[in-house]
Design a protein around this ligand. Structure first.
Ligand code: FAD
Length: 601
């Protein structure tokens, strides 16, 4: 029994207990199903805490490997236990998949060849698996068919935003046209539920006499598990080949001296630069697929008539104005991506190192939507960088030809590392922090704080500006992503998973690997006032997104409540800070320390 110092019933729904700090352990918290912890006072040895104990305990955590996201009102609350997370890390779905792939029966006669597009390789240019499929079809004089399986439940599961859903649909429509010009059909399949995905694809394969299926790897747990199911389901009816297409260096292959996958950025970056410098062929691109035999048009006629998916009802834009605005900001298609890349290389990359953190300069590439949906390949991107901005060199280090290039490529290397992390630490794709100790933190249930965060009305100009940008553009500058996330889980002490989910539901460039790692909780508490002073020195970004402050002069823009007279402040119609930054920073550090001390995930 746990030594409760005092316990009393209050009303019908709650109970308060007073505990010495020593028993503030995760085990106790789980046992009591604590919903809210209010810190009252503390002394070095005996801290006193009040806990609000829910009468109806939170549902116990599912035992099975749950991947990120479901559809309940707080999908971010769903995740496996830390024990289960560690089990999945020890026996990864990737290991199972690669073993199943290598155990497939040997060579098979080629009848028809399928490339199965997923939402991360939406292009026909420099697409590794598509190219391999095309080569096999050409060699065997067999037709190539392409397919995309639309699953509305999948969008809901991941919380995919209307902007990203629309972007995917628009890119598919453009790809279909490009493929038709090559006499290659793009068949659109439909699965209502996630469990229907594998049977639907398998049925298509069997009904169409397809002997070989190609696709590119997706590294998230659910997607790997889906592929495991597919190999098992299809058995010897077709041969399944998966290709690594998302990165320059294959995830999982960059290892330490002890043969363990690298996890830390600096050594990973160093090794990545050395590999790419010494082997420029890593940037080689592959051609678009070859034209199908002329008979394909007739033979595969129904597939040429397939019409592409439309965003489901719950994933539509709120208004036509919003749709037009987002489509103008993020035009679909490979050629739009290439022209954006070229503009960035000719106008911005040289100054990237100096300007990248200043959101008012808007000096970053804004290519994330294209890279995350695979509209643009990483090899094509880096070949263009090398040829147009780096004197044809693949030395992307600080010693290479361009400091701007070195700084930009460094960001792409983060993207590469994060794919390796997802693959080798799969629990990070299961709604669990990489540092499992953070799963033991008791978060606040602060609905008003959350709403103000989401609306950008916290009274903290830099944070509010970022939150208003994401709402308007389905995008947020990286510096702001860092600040708003820190503010949510440190200063408001709200479960970081809720913000992570909101980003998925709002961003056009949502990418599980980058988003999960971006939201990885840490002890670093960003100061939004000094961050704004350093990165938005003229206050232009704040003025753009927070019009209430557009006439505020000088440094008052960064902290109007404390830097203006109360009369001046009252006239602005802007809220005063919802919480005190200093106090809440202290509260967060103490909470993290107390809740994680001595825990063993
Ligand atoms: C809390 C948080 C959440 C994030 N969520 C996402 C997300 O869902 N999708 C996403 O693509 N990025 C995410 N990022 C990373 C980064 O903010 C965006 O990639 C970047 O702002 C996109 O703008 P850009 O294309 O102009 O980037 P640029 O500065 O031009 O960088 C070029 C490319 O490098 C990659 N990149 C840049 N910064 C990072 C980074 N920190 N980590 C990994 N890759 C990076 C992106 O692919 C980007 O397009 C997140 C960062 C944080 C802190």
């Amino acid at each position: 029994m746990l030594p409760l110092a005092c316990s009393a019933r209050l009303g019908s729904s709650s109970r308060f207990v007073i505990l010495p700090s020593k028993v503030l352990s995760h085990q106790l918290q789980s046992a009591c199903h604590l919903r809210r912890t209010v810190f009252l006072s503390s002394t070095p040895l005996r801290a006193v805490f009040y806990f609000h104990v829910a009468r109806n305990p939170a549902p116990s955590r599912p035992k099975t490997a749950m991947a990120k996201r479901d559809e309940p009102s707080h999908p971010e609350d769903q995740h496996p236990s830390t024990k289960r997370a560690k089990e999945v890390d020890a026996h990864t779905p990737y290991e199972e998949l690669t073993s199943l792939l290598s155990d497939q029966p040997g060579s098979k006669d080629v009848h028809r060849v399928l490339h199965w597009f997923r939402s991360k390789d939406l292009r026909i240019q420099d697409n590794r698996a598509l190219h391999a499929a095309s080569e096999l079809a050409k060699k065997s004089d067999a037709p190539l068919i392409c397919a995309y399986l639309n699953c509305p439940a999948e969008f809901r599961w991941h919380g995919t935003s209307p902007a990203r859903t629309d972007f995917i649909c628009e890119n598919l429509a453009l790809m279909q046209k490009e493929l038709h010009e090559l006499d290659i059909p793009l068949a659109f399949l439909e699965a209502n539920e996630r469990n229907d995905i594998v049977p639907t694809i398998a049925k298509f394969v069997r009904e169409n006499d397809i002997s070989h299926v190609f696709a590119n790897y997706e590294y998230e747990v659910d997607e790997l598990t889906r592929d495991v199911k597919f190999v098992k389901e299809i058995g010897s009816d077709a041969q399944f080949s998966l290709h690594h297409d998302q990165t320059i260096i294959q995830p999982g292959t960059m290892v330490t001296g002890n043969n363990k996958p690298m996890k830390v950025f600096t050594p990973y970056h160093k090794s990545w630069l050395a590999e790419v410098k010494s082997d420029p062929s890593l940037l080689d691109t592959v051609p678009s697929p070859s034209k199908n035999p002329t008979s394909a048009k007739k033979e595969l006629k129904p597939h040429f008539e397939s019409s592409g998916p439309k965003p489901p009802k719950d994933k539509q834009f709120a208004s036509k104005e919003e749709k037009d605005r987002i489509r103008q900001l993020w035009p679909a298609g490979h050629s739009a991506a290439i022209s954006r890349l070229n503009d960035f290389l000719s106008d911005k990359i040289e100054d990237y190192a100096a300007t990248r953190s200043n959101p008012a300069k808007d000096s970053t590439s804004r290519l994330s939507a294209y890279l995350s949906a695979g509209v643009l390949s990483i090899r094509e991107t880096l070949s263009a960088v090398s040829n147009k901005a780096n004197s044809k060199s693949t030395d992307f280090s600080q010693d290479g030809p361009s400091a701007g290039v070195a700084s930009w490529v460094r960001e792409l290397v983060f993207r590469e590392l994060y794919r390796q992390t997802t693959l080798t630490t799969p629990h990070t794709a299961m709604n669990m922090p990489q540092n499992l100790k953070f799963d033991f933190v008791q978060w606040e249930d602060d609905e008003e704080g959350y709403q103000r965060w989401e609306e950008g009305t916290l009274g903290v100009p830099f944070v509010d500006a970022g939150m208003r940008q994401i709402k308007h553009e389905a995008y947020m500058h990286n510096r702001l992503r860092m600040n708003v996330s820190s503010y949510l889980y440190c200063n408001l002490l709200i479960n970081y998973r809720r913000g992570e989910r909101y980003f998925a539901e709002t961003l056009i460039d949502w990418d599980l690997n980058n988003n999960t790692q971006g939201w990885e909780p840490s002890y670093t508490v960003f100061n939004p006032v000094s961050q704004a002073e350093r990165n938005d020195p003229e206050g232009d970004y704040i003025r753009k997104w927070v019009p209430e402050l557009k006439d505020v002069q000088g440094k008052a823009i960064f902290d109007p409540y404390n830097r203006l007279t109360s009369e001046e402040f009252d006239k602005l119609g802007y809220p005063k800070p919802f919480v005190d930054w200093k106090d809440t920073k202290q509260r967060a550090i103490e909470r993290f320390k107390n809740d994680m001390q001595g825990v063993e995930p």
